[in-house]
Design a protein. Structure first.
Lengths: 400, 455
């Protein structure tokens, strides 16, 4: 039986995922904070018919050390709010989905719920959110609302504070999802005869009360076009896989090979079943950092040159793939057989490796019948084969 | 040269000024409405458009209030998207300082300023009620006395974050491999009784340096807050005389804060009704007022002052004979205007006297007393009146509040703006690119110490 087409997401961040990317000839390091830069990247992703782009974010400057700020002057530092970048770019595209990062540890679910709902309106149904936990104490000090203890580098995945932050993230997603449903689709009635603008019986208090916060609702923003915009999360260990299993529509994992991919998919499925969501579609995508070129040795040379300029070999939480688009296509199809339904590709250099994806990898996959030849749906949920869900509060189905 | 007028467009709000029942009334949620509204305003060469905010659906008689437009999108997200479909017009949003943190709001405004090439502006408001707080993890209630203190501290902290980057740190020199000229940019530390934060801000200096700051307070404390820290103050003073008094008072406070008269603009909100003749305009204005104050809406307004259930009261009869319930307003929640009823019994007596003297029913009285600053007339008389208010120092310009979404602004743009341009009191094209350019409010060196302005 032929495999279904794979899904592709491009991960956008600064000048690309290699620390020396900004020094490449095609890089635009002085434009990283401009709308034009992000528009060009999104439009390139859309020309390649990609499902979506993610946009990285954090409440701190980038750092070479994931645990503390650094004082490096030779790498990109400084960024823009990812939700606003997505919103600025969305009207310049027509099909591409947007998954900006939201730092759930320090934000209000009420604010982000309406922001992502609004992104869904602005993009006519192409919005989602990639949720991220922030455990660093220095980041917490930027907000000043809570103190977090230093994280033990050797036991990140099991530290009690981390477990707690991920539990809180699950609560955060639950609140956001309830708020998206807090207006039934047909709540706005504009009934001139009775003078009523809304049917208040179709507006719902969400009344969430958890360990970390309680939220009353309803949202101030009506239910977004997709009903439920996408929720995505990246995970490298059991605790974040649990978040994916409990809360996400889309999980990003970081396999090193096909066997590992099968293991990670199984781990997410276990958490999904444990959360009672076994019947729901939860996509699991593999993350890869890609250095692509027309022949394999050229790609290897590029990476060597970047490493040389950067001063150290590239390190990544995801597997670094170096080779041709055709070789990458081989690998993606092999990993797909292990159970992944798509991939989030992190271009080492922007726009170079993004263009290798859209102009090299995509045609290669299309030739193999493994990728769409045109956008087949108008919404991000549609592209990912997810139905528009019923409203959890609706007692009678809305008229479509 | 006469004073130049500043004009702004308020996206029709979540209140009874907006007549949603009109057949021309479109969506207040779909992006197309915002897009069309912004294009009309930009076609009129307006200084900026303005989005309000409300963080909890209003309730009255323990039910969600359903007679007005209900619901709105997220302010920041809409403004960022509007930056994609407009080129010059300023993008002003209300953002609450109570249910946010300075670091987050500062990075959102700095981001919006980058993404719009210098068109961001922030209307700083404070919330006061535990009712709205129920939607937030910050929750809670802020004592009335603390409202301006916290707002001042919040704004001050945000300004420190905007100023934490000088504008010359990012060099991004591919040859030398130097991205940053400063190994530790964006350093900040702020500690007072409201905020205790420190570290590095992560958004480099934006085109305007700081977004333009708006304030809307009308109390003595609010006027001082605006005189100390705002670039523009919204007000709502109806008559020429009241406007002149407010204008003189606020401008007179500026020297105390080391500022000159031209460093704070005063822009009242106003509605308008245009006709080919004065009579036609007056007729239209009356029709709009009646649409804004339906019989049911009149009762709701009455309840807001009386602070009691009056659902059985006849809107076409006289005012209630019982007195208002004094004390905390329990009938209407999430509504700032109820705080303006400081002495409800006295106000009720004034209303009764007025109704009796002018032979007004309850609804007719409510139409009268809830009327807003209004320009009613032919395009020529409205243009003359707008100009007079500005030349005689009752205002520096106006924030126009149309009653129809999204097209209600168009008649003003098409008919009044050209007359203002003919008078030489309004721009015929944008002269600068940033909102500070449009408003004539460059960032002064002393506003940010030794900092230099980027871009």
């Amino acid at each position: 039986m032929p495999q279904p087409p794979i899904h592709l997401v491009a991960a956008l961040d600064g000048a690309g995922w290699h620390p020396a990317a900004w020094r490449e000839p095609a890089a635009r390091p002085t434009e990283l904070l401009t709308a034009g830069y992000w528009t060009d990247l999104a439009q390139e992703a859309e020309r390649g018919l990609l499902d979506a782009v993610t946009i990285e974010d954090a409440f701190a400057l980038q750092s070479d050390d994931p645990f503390v700020a650094d004082d490096r002057t030779d790498q990109v530092r400084g960024r823009l709010d990812a939700v606003l970048v997505a919103s600025r770019v969305a009207p310049t595209t027509r099909h591409l989905g947007f998954l900006p990062t939201a730092v759930v540890t320090h934000t209000e679910p009420f604010h982000l719920s309406k922001a992502i709902a609004t992104l869904d309106y602005v993009s006519s149904g192409r919005a989602g959110v990639r949720v991220q936990v922030a455990a660093r104490p220095d980041v917490a000090a930027h907000l000043g609302r809570r103190e977090l203890p230093p994280v033990d580098r050797d036991a990140v995945a099991t530290a009690s504070v981390v477990v707690e932050l991920f539990d809180e993230a699950a609560d955060w997603v639950e609140v956001v999802r309830r708020l998206w449903d807090s207006w039934e689709d047909d709540a706005e009635i504009r009934d001139a005869a009775s003078g009523r603008f809304v049917d208040v019986d179709k507006l719902h208090y969400v009344d969430f009360a958890g360990r970390h916060f309680s939220v009353r609702g309803p949202s101030i923003t009506p239910r977004p076009p997709q009903g439920q915009p996408l929720v995505a999360a990246l995970g490298h260990a059991e605790v974040p896989w649990r978040l994916i299993g409990r809360s996400a529509d889309l999980g990003f994992v970081t396999p090193v090979d096909a066997g590992d991919a099968a293991r990670l998919v199984a781990a997410v499925r276990t958490e999904q079943a444990a959360a009672g969501r076994g019947e729901e579609t939860v996509h699991v995508f593999g993350d890869l950092l890609v250095v692509l070129d027309d022949d394999a040795s050229a790609a290897a040379d590029r990476l060597a040159r970047l490493d040389d300029v950067g001063g150290t070999p590239l390190r990544s939480d995801a597997r670094v793939f170096t080779g041709t688009p055709a070789q990458l296509a081989d690998l993606l199809l092999e990993w797909q057989r292990a159970g992944l339904t798509g991939f989030r590709l992190r271009p080492a250099v922007l726009p170079d490796d993004l263009e290798q994806i859209t102009r090299g990898l995509v045609p290669e996959l299309q030739r193999r019948g493994a990728f769409r030849s045109a956008y087949e749906a108008a919404t991000l949920r549609g592209l990912l084969g997810l139905p528009r869900p019923a409203d959890r509060y609706a007692t009678t189905p809305a008229n479509a | 040269m006469p004073k130049q007028i500043h004009l702004a467009a308020h996206f029709p709000g979540v209140n009874n000024t907006t007549v949603w029942s009109d057949p021309a009334s479109g969506s207040h949620i779909e992006f197309d409405s915002f897009h069309e509204f912004a294009q009309i305003a930009e076609r009129g060469r307006f200084d900026f458009l303005f989005l309000a905010e409300g963080l909890r659906l209003r309730e009255q008689n323990d039910r969600i209030y359903d007679l007005d437009v209900v619901g709105r999108p997220d302010t920041f997200t809409v403004l960022a998207a509007l930056a994609a479909v407009t080129e010059r017009i300023g993008l002003t949003g209300t953002i609450n300082s109570t249910f946010n943190e300075p670091y987050e709001v500062a990075r959102q405004f700095a981001s919006l300023d980058h993404l719009s090439d210098g068109r961001a502006a922030w209307n700083v408001v404070t919330s006061w009620d535990a009712f709205t707080g129920e939607n937030f993890r910050r929750g809670g209630f802020l004592a009335q006395d603390d409202r301006y203190d916290r707002a001042r501290s919040f704004l001050q902290t945000a300004q420190e974050l905007f100023d934490s980057w000088r504008g010359d740190e990012v060099v991004a020199d591919k040859e030398s491999g130097t991205f940053l000229a400063d190994p530790h940019p964006g350093a900040f530390a702020h500690r007072d009784r409201f905020f205790d934060i420190a570290g590095q801000f992560d958004v480099p200096r934006s085109p305007q340096g700081r977004p333009v700051v708006f304030q809307a307070g009308d109390s003595d404390e609010g006027r001082d807050f605006a005189a100390a820290s705002a670039d523009v103050i919204f007000s709502r003073h109806g008559t020429l005389e009241a406007g002149q008094a407010f204008y003189a008072d606020v401008k007179g406070r500026l020297p105390r804060f080391g500022r000159t008269r031209d460093e704070l603009l005063i822009m009242p909100a106003t509605t308008f009704a245009l006709g080919d003749t004065e009579a036609e305009a007056a007729e239209l204005a009356q029709q709009v007022r009646l649409a804004q104050v339906s019989p049911a809406t009149a009762i709701k307004f009455l309840e807001q002052l009386w602070n009691r259930d009056l659902s059985d009261h006849d809107p076409d009869g006289p005012l209630p004979s019982v007195d208002p319930v004094v004390g905390e307003n329990t009938i209407a929640r999430g509504r700032a205007s109820v705080r303006m009823h400081r002495d409800p019994v006295a106000t009720a007596n004034e209303w009764r006297a007025k109704a009796e003297a002018e032979h007004l029913t309850t609804r007719e009285l409510i139409v009268e007393v809830t009327g807003r600053q209004n320009f009613v007339g032919t395009p020529a008389t409205v243009a003359a009146a707008v100009d007079e208010f500005v030349q005689r120092d009752a205002a520096d310009g106006f924030v126009l509040v149309p009653h129809i979404t999204p097209g209600g602004l168009a008649p003003f743009v098409e008919k009044v703006v050209p007359l203002l341009q003919e008078r030489g009191v309004f721009r015929t094209d944008y002269e600068g690119t940033t909102l500070r350019d449009h408003l004539g409010l460059p960032l002064r060196d002393r506003d940010h110490g030794t900092r230099t302005l980027a871009g």
